[in-house]
Design a protein around this ligand. Structure first.
Ligand SMILES: [Fe+2]
Length: 197
């Protein structure tokens, strides 16, 4: 049986280094909207008329299309907010895996920043089960560029809503502040949880 998702709670009342409390509070509201819409879409899917499915337009087609947008919007923000609030110091298994798959932390970071500048939605460091290696994947929207069979470990939101209030068009400075606030233990916990090697 279907069960509603509950939005996770995040405490950004004092803001973060380089990210205002106001900007983060507004951003969390967007995330909560994705959770709400995920629940609404999945509820409506239970009773939607499957017999009218059509590739040009149908109600069930739109529900299916927007479900991936809402679900990915929910999941990606949960990692993003989940690992903000740290001291930015690289540590643990993730460091070893990055060094193994990218050569060094610096090489990875340069590529991750470029991914974040080039993408229109997300830069995602993910462990891909296909080759059992880490990749920096770029996504132009929550459901455009998502790679299946890959576990997101570091999730950088580069939608304008993530930084415009504090940074205007200066996305690069926002990305630097993202790294300063990154809690590496959060990613290390995901690595342990899934037993990634
Ligand atoms: Fe966002």
């Amino acid at each position: 049986m279907r069960k509603d998702f509950a939005p996770e709670k995040f405490n950004f009342e004092k803001g973060l280094d380089g990210m205002s409390a106001k900007m983060l509070a507004e951003h969390v509201k967007l995330y909560e909207g994705y959770v709400k819409k995920t629940n609404e879409i999945q509820l409506k899917l239970e009773t939607a008329d499957k017999s009218e499915a059509n590739g040009v337009f149908s109600y069930i087609g739109e529900l299916k299309r927007q479900e991936t947008f809402a679900v990915n919007g929910m999941k990606l923000h949960e990692v993003y907010f989940g690992h903000l609030g740290g001291d930015g110091k690289p540590k643990g298994d993730l460091v070893k895996m990055i060094e193994r798959d990218f050569g060094s932390l610096d090489v990875w970071k340069v590529d991750m920043i470029a991914t974040g500048i080039a993408a229109r939605g997300w830069g995602v460091l993910a462990y891909d089960y296909k080759d059992k290696k880490l990749h920096n994947y770029g996504a132009d929207a929550h459901n455009v560029g998502a790679v299946w069979g890959a576990i997101p470990l570091v999730v950088l939101d580069v939608y304008e809503h993530a930084y415009f209030m504090d940074y205007g068009v200066n996305r690069k400075d926002y990305i630097n502040s993202f790294f300063k606030n990154l809690n590496w233990d959060f990613a290390n916990k995901i690595i342990k949880e899934y037993g990634l090697k």
